[in-house]
Design a protein around this ligand. Structure first.
Ligand SMILES: [Zn+2]
Length: 171
């Protein structure tokens, strides 16, 4: 059907949902896990790492809800990890670590993205119950675009973020 073909739009980001922008998955098989941090992957837990109490058996991936304005309308689209990394310039874990230290990081991220123009390819969700179009690819239109994390690090005065993150994080 013609309606199921991906569409390419030029759009401006109007905003981002700051309350929910990522989800937990198993770091081995990437199956979605419940939000409860103590829940482990049933599959990998039994099959591959029976004796390990690894704390890194889950990781987070982006799932951003953003509103975009095209030349005809404003709509909400959902942006999964691969596309979201283009916007953020880092992994969801990396951003959340940053947000732990800087509580307003998500709000600032939303502000940084607001008004940025992108070329996006949008797909109809495969799951018929999903209500938002999915962002398949995103390309910044401005040559001066910089990923969110770079701008945040600059704003918060972290010019050598690596050193900052790993000091103290290593036990
Ligand atoms: Zn797993």
């Amino acid at each position: 059907m013609e309606g199921d073909k991906p569409t390419t739009v030029m759009c401006t980001v109007v905003g981002m949902d700051q309350t929910s922008f990522c989800y937990r998955v198993c770091s081995f098989c990437e199956r979605t896990l419940p939000d409860n941090p103590s829940s482990l992957c049933k599959f990998c837990n039994f099959n591959s790492t029976p004796n390990s109490n690894s704390v890194s058996s889950s990781k987070r991936l982006f799932r951003l809800l953003i509103s975009i304005a095209t030349d005809t309308k404003v709509k909400m689209v959902i942006c999964f990890d691969r596309a979201a990394r283009v916007l953020f310039g880092c992994s969801a874990d990396c951003f959340l670590d940053f947000a732990q230290i800087h509580p307003f990081a998500a709000m600032t991220a939303s502000k940084v993205l607001q008004g940025e123009m992108f070329k996006m390819t949008l797909n109809k969700p495969k799951n018929g119950n999903a209500q938002h179009l999915r962002v398949a690819t995103v390309v910044p239109l401005s040559s001066s675009f910089r990923p969110v994390i770079e701008i945040l690090r600059e704003k918060y005065g972290e010019r050598s973020p690596r050193a900052h993150f790993y000091q103290g994080a290593v036990s």
